[in-house]
Design a protein around this ligand. Structure first.
Ligand SMILES: Nc1ccn([C@@H]2O[C@H](COP(=O)(O)OP(=O)(O)OP(=O)(O)O)[C@@H](O)[C@H]2O)c(=O)n1
Ligand SMILES: C[C@](O)(CO)[C@H](O)COP(=O)(O)O
Length: 234
């Protein structure tokens, strides 16, 4: 089967409010390199990825170009552009900048430990069904709370997954779903799969990610990530 053109949209336009550092979390250093460096490096090294679009905060484009993309030789980055107020705005900006259709890997720049094997698993799944998300089965028991902070329900753990990125789609399918979303007045989505679920009801396959593919969200995540980063260079 002929290989499809693959674009990675790497998102780095967030404000990192839950991290609360002056420097946005995607630029904090891990093992001496910016958090954002790691996923860019992995997409660069993957033979499946043809092009990277980097979506940053407004005014951060030059910093990313000089201090990350050029400094570390990430040559597949073909565009660096500003994102928007919410994650879905940033994804939409990236989708509108794509040069060529094929498959699109949407990835959080705040998830440094995506690896080449999960990229390959996701590629295989998207070839088969046009839509997949990387994730892992939950390890804890998850409960649903009511509005008063009491336990309402305990869903079956075997059915629960923590959803990660990359989330990978046929690019025309994802752009179509996002175009529908952007026409709506009230939007509440936290990942790309939700857009495809809600707008198109298209089936989305789970693909195993890894328990190391964490999103750096709050300060203790950085401490854990520091340990993983040491392995990365060993
Ligand atoms: N308007 C936004 C919001 C988020 N992101 C990116 O989406 C990913 C996941 O978002 P999250 O962890 O929520 O990052 P922040 O929005 O930065 O964090 P917070 O919600 O704590 O402010 C991150 O790589 C972030 O940079 C983005 O590109 N544009
Ligand atoms: C896309 C995501 O990383 C999947 O877990 C997550 O939904 C991003 O959500 P956030 O609200 O931006 O942290």
């Amino acid at each position: 089967m002929e290989k499809k053109y693959c674009t990675a949209i790497v998102l780095a336009a967030g404000q990192g409010r839950r991290m609360g550092t002056e420097v946005h979390k995607q630029y904090l250093l891990l093992g001496g390199r910016p958090v954002l460096y790691y996923s860019l490096h992995t997409f660069e090294a993957s033979p499946l990825i043809d092009e990277i679009i980097l979506v940053t905060g407004e005014g951060e484009e030059q910093y990313c170009k000089e201090e990350i993309v050029e400094k570390y030789g990430i040559s597949k980055v073909k565009a660096i552009l500003a994102g928007g107020a919410e994650r879905y705005h940033s994804v939409w900006n990236g989708l509108c900048r794509m040069q060529k259709d094929g498959y699109v890997f949407v990835h959080d720049g705040a998830r440094p430990f995506v690896d080449k094997d999960m990229i390959a698993r996701a590629y295989e799944a998207v070839c088969a069904g046009k839509a997949c998300v990387v994730g892992m089965p939950v390890k804890d028991t998850i409960k649903i709370a009511d509005e008063n902070g009491f336990v309402k329900e305990t869903p079956k753990r075997e059915e629960l997954w923590m959803v990660q990125t990359p989330q990978v789609f046929d690019s025309e399918l994802l752009r179509g779903a996002y175009a529908m979303l952007m026409r709506q007045a009230h939007i509440e989505v936290t990942d790309d799969a939700m857009v495809v679920e809600q707008m198109l009801n298209h089936p989305i396959q789970f693909v195993y990610g890894s328990y190391e593919n964490i999103k750096i969200t709050t300060p203790e995540d950085l401490e854990v990530a520091e340990v993983f980063a040491q392995k990365y260079f060993s």
